[in-house]
Ligand binder design. Structure first.
Ligand code: RP5
Length: 166
C-alpha cells in the first residue's frame, strides 16, 4: 500500500493492459513535478488489494486517486465507496465496445458516491492528471505556478495561422 509521506497522487488501473493509457496521466504529472504512486489494483482479480488500497490511501498521504479501468469498469466506483478522497475515473478503451462500456460503467454512479469521470482513453488520462494537479494547486502555490506555466506553454504553442495557408 502507499508508503507514508510519499506521493500525493495515486494512479491505479485494473490491468497491465491499461498502462499505455494511464501512462498519460503519469506523464503529465511528472511534467508538473508531482510524485505519483502507480499500481495495478483490480476490482475483480485482486479485490483484497483494492480494499486495502482504498482504505489506506488517505492515511498514507494520498490526496487524489486516479483510477482507470476498461470493460465492466467498477474499479473507480468501488474505490470511491471506501474513501472520501477525490476519485477521478478514466474509461480505458476496450476491444469489444471501444470504451463505451467503460465510460458508462464509470460515469453512472448513484448519487452519494461520486467519481469524476473523464473522457475515454488517453485524453481522459491526461486530463485526469491535470485535474489532480488543479486539486493540489488549491493548497500548493508552487504546484499552481507550474500548472499555470504548463497551460501557458500550450497556449503559446498555438500558431496564429495554419501551416500551408496562403
Ligand atoms: C479490466 O479489464 C482492466 O481494467 C482492463 O481494462 C480490462 C482487460 O484486462 P486484461 O484482460 O487486458 O488484463 O479489468
Amino acid at each position: 500500500m502507499p508508503e507514508p509521506g510519499a506521493a500525493q497522487v495515486a494512479i491505479v488501473m485494473g490491468s497491465q493492459s491499461d498502462w499505455p493509457t494511464m501512462q498519460c496521466a503519469d506523464t503529465v504529472l511528472q511534467e508538473l513535478q508531482i510524485a505519483t504512486d502507480v499500481r495495478i489494483v483490480s476490482a475483480h482479480r485482486t479485490p483484497d488489494r483494492m480494499v486495502a488500497f482504498a482504505k489506506e490511501a488517505a492515511g498514507s498521504g494520498i490526496r487524489v486517486i486516479i483510477a482507470g479501468a476498461g470493460g465492466a469498469a467498477h474499479l473507480p466506483g468501488m474505490i470511491a465507496s471506501m474513501t472520501v478522497l477525490p476519485v477521478l475515473g478514466v474509461p480505458v478503451r476496450s476491444s469489444a465496445l471501444s470504451g463505451q462500456d467503460s465510460l458508462l460503467s464509470i460515469v453512472q454512479m448513484p448519487a452519494g458516491v461520486p467519481v469524476g469521470t473523464l473522457a475515454i482513453g488517453e485524453a481522459g488520462a491526461t486530463n485526469a492528471g491535470l485535474l489532480a494537479a488543479s486539486i493540489l494547486a488549491l493548497s500548493d502555490a508552487p504546484v499552481a505556478a507550474r500548472l499555470l506555466a504548463w497551460r501557458q506553454a500550450r497556449t503559446d504553442a498555438v500558431a496564429l495561422r495554419p501551416q500551408g495557408a496562403a
